[in-house]
Unconditional design. Sequence first.
Length: 488
Amino acid sequence: MVSVAEVSEVVKKVPTGLWIGGRAVPATGGATFAVFNPADGSEIAQVADATPADAVRALDTAVAAQAEWAATPARERAELLRKMFELLTERAEEFAVLMTLEMGKAIGESRNEVRYGAEFFRWFSEEAVRVHGRFQQAPSGTGRIIVAKDPVGPALAITPWNFPLAMGTRKIGPALAAGCTMIVKPASITPLTMLALAQLATEAGVPDGVLSVITSSHSGAVTAPLFDDDRLRKLTFTGSTEVGKKLVVSSAKKLLRTSMELGGNAPFVVFDDADIDAAVAGAMQAKLRNGGEACTAANRFLVQRPVLAEFTEKLVAAMADSVRLGPGLDPTTTLGPLVSAEQRDIVAALVDDAVAAGAKVLIGGEVPDGPGWFYPATVLADVPPNARILHEEVFGPVAPIVAFDTEQEGIAAANNTEFGLVGYFYTRDLDRTMRVSSAMRTGMVGVNRGVISDPAAPFGGVKESGFGREGGVEGIEEYLNTKYVALT
Ligand code: NAP
């Protein structure tokens, strides 16, 4: 277990002011709000509660830094991102402890997130120097065509609480690589990790004003003036579909470039020819990574009838044998608390609704006594089609299982959602792999694997899971405008 002294040492180092112009500053008027530990409900820290004027102040510094940052040689920007990767890797344990403290997840999950989050700095340090344009003769013979790439300009990133570090780094990495300055507004429930990261960026040598962080307990009001300001040119958002839709409307005022990484309702399909042990191992990862609080989490387990009994039995056994619910900082914990009492109640209500509709609880399903916002690993069988849990994002460690008969039925069930982020399936048949991958109406498909996130791959959804891609060679394009220069 990480000692109380070690924890308070980590917290003490975090700047709790707004990070504007390369230093921590209090909010105008000096207001603060509290951050809580989901494992016991205790207060961890007070952080600055930005006002709308503070958001404009952050934009002023981003605008002031924009031209020089865009003109900084790509190689120098790359070296700064590389330095951020190195510092984050050196301080991985501090960041992991901080994230577990404010978000709750098991420390092993936080360590994985630091590794994953840091990779976006390494990846985009490599991409920064590979922004290419094009030259061609006009086919008509009347001139020449030059295609150049320019940074979009100052960007606003709004991030969720479930991956307090990585959802920020996969925006900051490509923005800085492309030559854009950025203001990050992290989730109010987990602001500390992003404040610590901003401090690290300044330490790495990122110029003042290039990266700012504004923390706030009233996000809508604080970010509102930015959407009325011509100087902001890009919004990149990760969060719920509901909030994402509102922000698309706000972005329309000045026609901002937008990237929307929104909610998911991932199907996990097990066909009758699958390796069932591998499918169970993948299901455990797809369901329990980040305690189930992931947009990529498998939300619905669709299992072909001949393998239903075996898959169900083995999944329940795996949950019983390998999941240890407890405080995230306990090294033996594999499943920490959910992020808040509200989130825990949402998960519990979805399970209760399914049970009332006729589902059977095979393991879990009951809120343990407090303190803390815990919910156990849960498997539900015979879940009827109208149960809310099949249609809403669970964001918790609950696996509802539904049977299907034919491949077409499995695909239809998988696509029966307004979301389209990721779909998983297990099969040993190559033809089926190609058919089902192409039939899945999602931005990403996992075949015979339960985790797909990779900084080198384009992450993103279709339908109401959003648009735009993060990571891969595509990620930097979100921060570049294409300029055509016509020459004689
Ligand atoms: P959320 O409620 O939509 O909040 C996301 C962010 O938006 C937070 O920083 C929040 O601030 C801010 N926000 C809320 N209302 C706002 C408004 N009117 N104006 C400006 N900002 C506003 O989502 P969440 O509960 O933090 O995160 C969970 C959701 O994120 C899930 O739906 C999950 O699927 C999705 N997610 C998607 C991806 C992906 O890549 N597709 C990745 C991770 C998570 P406050 O904290 O102050 O409310």
